[in-house]
Design a protein around this ligand. Structure first.
Ligand SMILES: NC(=O)c1ccc[n+]([C@@H]2O[C@H](COP(=O)([O-])OP(=O)(O)OC[C@H]3O[C@@H](n4cnc5c(N)ncnc54)[C@H](O)[C@@H]3O)[C@@H](O)[C@H]2O)c1
Length: 391
């Protein structure tokens, strides 16, 4: 039995601290260091871990953590604008690094991440948990087994009523939504679709064209629910709904939505449609030629009996698993890849491609929907890289 890898966690906001119980259930790691420059959050994180008998070293400054040099990998769970620079510092120190998800503020920042990972050779993984979602993985299996025929079309998105969270002036995410207009959170949607379509592995994203609706959701929300909120006087720059059309090298069309300011139940709005049938998250069902009658849907709880992905067949739920298990799966996948010196299941090219869509959708929106070229972050290697599935 290998010794567990010594893991550091940087960033103990709601996400980082919320993940601590999940990290404590990943048997390939032992949490030996935690870091946040907010001392109160650092102490809270330490107390939460102490309840589980875990006593890591505490750091207010991650540079000191790097200087100590006694960790085997790091999970970076800071905020949107700091993921890339913090990750680069760890890559330069030869510490395998995984970052939480976000969109990028610029395409240049994505290139910098790619170049530093290539220069250092340090493993990097993007923690897009939705790639490990149960339905997403079942659909991946169906596509790999040809059940849907040739996939030609996909829909995806981030449809989440965040009005309450985005009315807290202290949250950094609010400032982004106040000032920026585009798809600010693309990766939960595009990640699983990109895996299904073998993006950067024989296929690539070519162009994105985005348009936004009016932005009225927050104004009306404040008027009705929170008239004293200082943000009430602000005009949110971000459209209530941003729709983007993305064209792929192998011909597929993807429709991606960002929809966080209007009342609605949560959805990632995944649709995968091929020449033999489709999966629809909103219907929670599949329809396949030859298997189902005309106009007939089969619910996923029935379809999963045949198409459950092996990763989910082997998974057993525990109370610490966030987001229905996919958090644990993605955190564990990184640790296993580092331990086994295996390729990263979601690598730096995936990260750069998916994150760049935010900056590109902002540009496209500002230009009235003009298509923007999505860079080939693999520098041509997408033509040779073989499809490789998650593990
Ligand atoms: N995958 C998911 O399902 C999911 C869910 C929620 C959030 N997220 C992502 O997780 C990230 C964190 O979310 P959050 O809501 O906790 O954000 P947050 O901004 O509230 O918290 C970030 C924490 O990181 C700390 N931090 C920032 N820079 C630091 C630095 N240089 N050194 C040390 N500490 C630093 C901050 O003090 C803060 O406590 C975001 O990118 C978010 O998009 C992902």
């Amino acid at each position: 039995m290998n010794q567990p890898l010594r893991a550091a966690i940087v960033g103990l906001g709601p996400r980082g601290s919320g993940l601590l119980p999940t990290f404590s259930m990943v048997k390939e790691i032992s949490i030996t260091a935690i870091c946040d420059f907010d001392e109160e959050l650092l102490q809270k994180g330490a107390a939460l871990l102490a309840e589980r008998g875990i006593h890591p070293k505490l750091y207010l400054d991650y540079h000191e953590l790097i200087a100590q040099g006694n960790i085997d990998l790091v999970y970076v769970i800071t905020n949107w604008n700091s993921h890339i620079p913090v990750a680069i510092d760890f890559l330069r120190a030869a510490i395998p690094t995984a970052t939480e998800v976000c969109g990028a503020a610029s395409v240049e920042a994505c290139w910098e991440l790619v170049h530093e990972q290539e220069r250092t050779g340090t493993p990097f993984m993007f923690l897009e948990n939705c790639c490990y979602g149960r339905n997403e993985m079942a659909v991946l299996r169906m596509v790999r087994e040809g059940v849907m025929g040739h996939v030609v079309y996909a829909e995806c998105g981030y449809c989440h009523d965040l009005r309450s969270a985005l009315s807290n002036p202290a949250r950094r995410r609010v400032k982004n939504n106040l000032r920026r207009n585009g798809d600010l959170y693309p990766t939960h949607g595009i990640g699983p679709v990109a895996k299904i379509l073998n993006i950067n592995r024989g296929n690539r994203l070519l162009t994105i064209s985005s348009m936004g609706s009016a932005a009225l959701g927050m104004k009306e929300y404040f008027e009705r629910n929170d008239p004293e909120n200082p943000l009430r006087k602000e005009n949110y720059a971000c459209a209530d709904v941003t729709s983007s059309l993305i064209k792929c090298a192998n011909g597929e069309l993807i429709m991606m939505r960002h929809n966080v300011f209007l009342p609605r139940p949560y959805s990632r709005a995944l649709t995968i449609q091929g020449t033999l049938g489709l999966f629809s998250e909103e219907k929670d069902a599949i329809h396949i030629d030859g298997l189902h009658e005309h106009e007939e849907w089969e619910k996923m709880d029935s379809a999963l009996k045949r198409y459950e992905h092996p990763i989910w067949q082997n998974y057993s739920a525990s109370e610490a698993d966030g987001h229905g298990g996919m958090d644990w799966l993605v955190m564990q996948a990184f640790a296993v890849a580092v331990r086994d010196h295996a390729p990263m299941p979601i690598d730096v090219y995936d990260a750069a491609t998916w994150m760049s869509l935010t900056a590109l959708s902002e540009q496209s929106t500002a230009l009235g929907g003009m298509p923007q070229i999505i860079p080939d972050f693999t520098s041509g290697r997408w033509t040779e890289r073989l499809p490789e599935d998650l593990f």
